[in-house]
Structure formats: structure tokens, C-alpha cells
Design a protein. Structure first.
Length: 131
């Protein structure tokens, strides 16, 4: 099994290869996200993001902030005690409109950013380097 490393994530670029989420057929993700899922044992992270995308809180935020119709920045931060926080924002300057705390995680990176954007009738999850 490959271990997820931050330096490997920049190698993924915008190849037009998408995987369809088994949880929601309207959600696609890229090769980079597939690598995060496999090498980082992070299926739980993508599952949580997809669950938030279907939530009333997320839908309300999209209605109130037009920017969220185009791009959402998801960020997972892992702290020294192995707790973590997942946030969603319109951009780096915006306040988080979604926050989820985890008591413990085995995610191997200190942080990761995942972007979400609309692509026709689908939402696509991708690494910033894949834009």
C-alpha cells in the first residue's frame, strides 16, 4: 500500500478522468482525489464531504452566497493530538460555513484542501493542482 504524502499531490494535474461516487451519482472526483482515498485511507473524508453537500445547511449557504455555486474550498486540518477539523468556505478569506470536528484520525497529512465545483449536472471534487 502506498502512503499518502503532501509532495505527491502536486503531481496531479487536470486530466479529464473522473470517477463517479457510489454514494451520489451526481458527484464525480478526479484521479488526485482517488489517490487521496486510496493512499490516505480517506474514503471517510469524501463520504463526509458528500454528506455535507446534501445537507440543508450547505444548501442554505449556497443560496445565500452566490460564489458557492461555482467553487467550494474544503479543508481538513489535523492537529498534534490527532484530532482534526473539516471546514468549507467560499474562499480562503471567507469564514467557514461548515465545520466538523473529529476526535481522532489516522489521516497521514497535516492538512489537505479539496475543491468542489459545478460541471454541468455534476459536482466535481478535485485537488487544487488539478484545476
Amino acid at each position: 500500500m502506498t502512503t499518502l504524502q503532501q509532495k505527491d499531490l502536486v503531481d496531479f494535474s487536470g486530466e479529464p478522468v473522473f470517477y463517479q461516487s457510489p454514494l451520489n451519482k451526481k458527484v464525480l472526483y478526479t484521479k488526485g482525489i482517488r489517490h487521496v482515498i486510496d493512499a490516505g485511507e480517506a474514503n471517510w473524508l469524501i463520504t463526509d464531504i458528500i454528506a455535507w453537500m446534501k445537507s440543508k445547511k450547505f444548501q442554505k449557504a449556497v443560496e445565500e452566497d452566490e460564489r458557492l455555486q461555482y467553487v467550494v474550498s474544503w479543508k481538513l486540518e489535523v492537529f498534534e493530538d490527532r484530532s482534526a477539523r473539516l471546514t468549507a468556505r467560499a474562499d480562503h478569506e471567507s469564514e467557514a460555513f461548515i465545520t466538523q470536528d473529529y476526535r481522532q484520525t489516522n489521516f497521514p497529512l497535516q492538512e489537505i484542501e479539496i475543491w468542489q465545483s459545478a460541471n454541468g449536472e455534476h459536482e466535481v471534487l478535485y485537488l487544487p493542482s488539478e484545476r
